[in-house]
Structures are given as C-alpha cells and as structure tokens.
Design a binder for this molecule. Structure first.
Ligand code: SF4
Length: 528
C-alpha cells in the first residue's frame, strides 16, 4: 500500500504535525499500524545524504518504511554558523523531504532538541521498526547512531570505501595524494589509454598556474530562484539568502550543466588564480551539492568525461577537475577516517594565538587580499581553494593562530564545510599542525605568490616585495619570521632547504623580527 502523497501538501505540514500532533499524525498512525506485522525500517537520512539513488533510501519500501530526517536545534544553535550555510543545509533537507513525500514515501521530518532526542522520538513512534542508516560522515553522528542501536550499512556517497582507502594508506611510507590519485585513475579507469594516462602525463599542473587574465569577460553566474520553502527557512533564520546556491536537486543539476557548458573548458589554466572582478572565476561551485548529497560524484564525473570525450574540453582542464573529484576529495575523506577521531587535536607547532579580528570582520584589516576574501566569504559563505589555502590558512599559520580555533571558524563559515573536509584540510594541509603526517612541508608563502596569482596587490597599501618597514607586506614579513621562529621544526626538512638557504642570507633579520612583532600586534588589534 502506498499512502497518497498528495494528501500532505508541504513539508511544513510535517513540522506542524509534529508540533501539533495532527496532520502528519494520522498519516504516520497508518504507517504505525502497517509496520506492526512487517519487517519495517526506520531509515535515517542525515542532511548530507540527500540523494534518491544512493544511501539508505535507494532500496526503501514505500509501503512499510519510514524515512527519518532530524533538524537538530542543538546543531543550529551550537556554533556561530554562517547564515547562508544554515539556510542551504536546512532548505535542501526540507525540499528533499518534500520530494520524497510526493514520490510516495512516508517521511518523518522532526525538529528535535538534538539528533539523539529525535532518534528516540522516532523509535518511540515506531517501536517495531529497525533503525537503519548508512555510515555517517562524521565521528559525532556515527556515535549518535551507534548509541541509538542503528544497523549501519556502507556509505556509497564516495567512490572509495573506507576499507579500500585504509588498505592503500597502510601500505604507504608517506600519504602522498599524487600516489593515491594515480591509483584512482587506474582503478576507476578514468582518462586512461590502457595503462597510460591520456595526454601522456598524470597531471598538467605546469599549464594550470596562470594568473587572472586581463580584460576578460567572465560568464554570468547562475542564479537560483527561491520558493515557498526557501522563504520559510529564511524567515525562521531571520536572514536574506543570496541566489547563488540551489536548494533542490533540480537546481544542483542546473549548476552542473552550467559549469560543464560555460566553465569547464577554462577551469584548468585559471584554477589557482584569484581575481578582483570575479568571485568564482571558472570554479564549478559544485562542492556544496557533492557534500550534502544533492549530487553524487559519479554523476559529476560522467558529465565531465562526456564533455571531454566530445572534444569540447582540453585535457588540462578535464584532468585538473578529475584530480579534485577522484583525487583530492576522496583522499581527504579517506584520511579523515584513517587518521582517527583525535587527529583534529594536533598542534605540533604549539600555536596559541586567538583568532585574528579580521577573520570576523573585513573592516579589521587594510590588507587588500584579506579584505576582499573575507568580504566574499561573509557574503556567500564560499571562496575557492587557493584563497582558503594561500590567504586564510597561510595567514593563520604564519601568525600562529591556534589550529583548533581556526578549524572551528572554517567549519562555521563555509557552505561546503563538512567535518571530513575541514579537519584534514585545516589540521593537515592548511595549518601543518600534525607534524607533517599529511604534508611533507607547510604551505606558507610571502606576498610574492599572492602578487603573482592575483590582482590584489596593485590596490594595496602594502608592497609584496618588502619584508621590513611600514609598507612591508604582512605576508612577506611573517613568512620569513615564521621560518626563523620554527627553525627547529623545518631547517632539516630537505624540501625546505632552499627557503632556509634564503633565510640565512638575509642581512636584516633583526629588523625583520621587529617588524614581525609590529605586524602580529597590529593583526591582534585589527589594525594591519
Ligand atoms: Fe595581500 Fe601583501 Fe598583496 Fe597587500 S601586498 S594584497 S597584503 S599580498
């Protein structure tokens, strides 16, 4: 028997029904009666597994099973989340629940004090049903589901199982992403000609380091229309969302098509560039949908490879994007599980500085690159991987911000910031807080790199070439000071020999230390 999906018109009926004890009540009472004599399942769907054909829903029985989603109030109130991020996650989940109901599923969408309370409420309502889910995407949620006695199936939202990754990682001397990526190319048979990579090279990084082009017309951004559910969520959150992020499967698919048609051919050459006249350049803007389940990596891969096979995308761009999708994304998720729950607590460099005021307010800095990046982040909850790494993380690392404070801030601010994404990216890559477990050397740079890869420096009061004096670029000053401060950690690192050779040749090290102290004080006071 399939309950009439048209009888419940809106996901808010579900919420009101839960609050008022009717509307949804009668519908779920029928299910309760139905399941008494059946092997019914209460299928839990977290807000990052919103796909009809993957996860715990893919083989659900519309007649007897109940699909459970929980909007945890504790999660909403636990952190200083970026409003755009909350809006995106909640509205996507409510749309998804609504779509499932219209398809004929029995959906229980609960607003609960926290996830555990919600799981208990659902179990009390369906005492004879078995609670099932697929592996959760964070340690925190995994624990909650385990405490609730859930039967847990493998997570198929990634292309690499946790077991497969662990078997690769445990056979490595160092966890080089490049080695993992090549294995993935071969295993998944992607961009391969027999045993060799298409184009004769595993990567085209050298071709993909162009600065932002001059006098260039960037394609229009895709904007997404808002509907009644979006308005309701925005009202509840007391915010006004931008139109840059879709909250439906249809919108996510539109974004995928828009990327492949308008940006993918040019993605590679400009993937590391930062530009004042474009906040997303040729980046896909697909990570939020990949990370909340509205898109599956296999679907994205299929579209990208089809465009490449049609001849509309050069190998340097196709390979660069594939590397992000089957390489970096899968590697980071694998490392999150492989390195364990306590990995997030690493602080090998003993960094204790409080989060810099400029991270919370773009007006607290005169640095043109940081001001623009923080403004972009405040507006849309997103900037691409190079400002994340070479501006935000670089400054936090160079100035000695506590890695756990910085991790919390990154988790709160980014629309695509799943725990599995941010913990390895911040602790391992951005902050080098793990003593080199993930990366063999820290990702630090002075102003020269930023000057080369962006057009920020021309309009800045600081000079990227100067390391001392009042006009010295804070990145440049702090870069040399960082090397000096952490000689014990890095001077013997063979990959940093050149940097230390350079440091040892500096004649103005006393001035440098003095300027670095001024810069750090100025950053603490929000005046640099
Ligand atoms: Fe940023 Fe330094 Fe360039 Fe200014 S000079 S924009 S602070 S890198």
């Amino acid at each position: 028997m399939v309950l009439n999906p048209k009888s419940a018109s809106h996901v808010d009926d579900l919420l009101n029904g839960e609050r008022n004890g009717h509307a949804i009540g009668s519908r779920l009472n029928i299910v309760q009666r139905l399941v008494k004599n059946n092997m019914s399942q209460l299928r839990y769907v977290p807000f990052d597994q919103l796909h009809r054909e993957f996860g715990i829903i893919k083989d659900a029985n519309k007649s007897t099973d109940v699909i459970l989603l929980i909007e945890s109030q504790a999660m909403l109130n636990s952190s200083n989340w970026h409003p755009e991020r909350l809006f995106f996650l909640i509205s996507s989940a409510r749309h998804f629940a609504n779509e499932l109901r219209f398809e004929g599923f029995n959906v229980l969408y609960l607003k609960a004090e926290n996830t555990s309370v919600g799981l208990n409420m659902a179990a009390a309502k369906f005492p004879t049903s078995t609670l099932t889910c697929v592996e959760q995407s964070s340690y925190r949620l995994s624990k909650k589901l385990s405490e609730a006695g859930a039967k847990v199936l493998p997570n198929d939202f990634f292309l690499t199982s946790r077991e497969l990754f662990a078997s690769w990682a445990s056979s490595q001397k160092s966890f080089l992403m490049e080695n993992f990526y090549r294995k993935q190319r071969v295993r998944l048979d992607i961009l391969m000609e027999g045993n060799s990579p298409i184009g004769g090279s595993w990567n085209f990084d050298k071709e993909n380091r162009l600065p932002p082009p001059k006098n260039y017309v960037w394609p229009e951004y895709l904007e997404h229309e808002r509907d009644e559910i979006d308005s309701q969520v925005a009202t509840e959150l007391n915010m006004t969302p931008t139109n840059f992020w879709a909250t439906t499967r249809k919108g996510a698919l539109n974004q995928l098509r828009h990327f492949v048609d308008n940006h993918l051919p040019y993605f590679g050459p400009y993937e590391d560039a930062m530009a004042l006249d474009s906040w997303s350049l040729h980046h896909s803007l697909l990570s939020p949908y990949l990370n909340n389940g509205l898109l599956h990596p296999h679907e994205v891969l299929t579209e990208v490879l089809q465009a490449f096979n049609n001849g509309s995308v050069p190998i340097a761009s196709a390979e660069a994007f594939v590397r992000q999708l089957i390489g970096w994304r899968e590697y980071v998720n694998g490392m999150y599980w492989y390195l364990g729950e306590n990995y997030r607590d690493h602080n090998q460099l003993g960094a204790t500085r409080k989060l810099l005021p400029l991270f919370l307010d773009a007006e607290k800095t005169k640095m043109n690159c940081m001001k623009n990046t923080i403004s972009d982040l405040q507006e849309r909850a997103w900037v691409h991987h190079i400002p994340r790494l070479m501006l935000l993380s670089n400054l936090a690392l160079l100035s000695g911000v506590n890695p756990q404070e910085f991790l919390t801030w990154m988790r709160e601010q980014f629309i695509d910031a799943a725990d599995w994404v941010m913990v390895p990216n911040v602790i391992g890559m951005g902050m080098h807080a793990d003593g080199g477990l993930m990366m063999t050397k820290p990702y630090v740079s002075g102003g020269a790199y930023i000057s080369k890869m962006s057009n920020y420096c021309k309009g800045c009061i600081y000079d990227p070439k100067l390391r001392v004096g009042p006009q010295a670029c804070p990145f440049t000053t702090l870069y040399w000071d960082f090397l000096n401060r952490h000689k014990d950690h890095f001077a013997e690192n063979h990959r940093m020999k050149q940097q230390y050779f350079g440091l040892n040749r500096l004649a103005d090290r006393a001035d440098l230390s003095e300027r670095a102290a001024q810069v750090l004080l100025g950053l603490d006071q929000g005046k640099i």
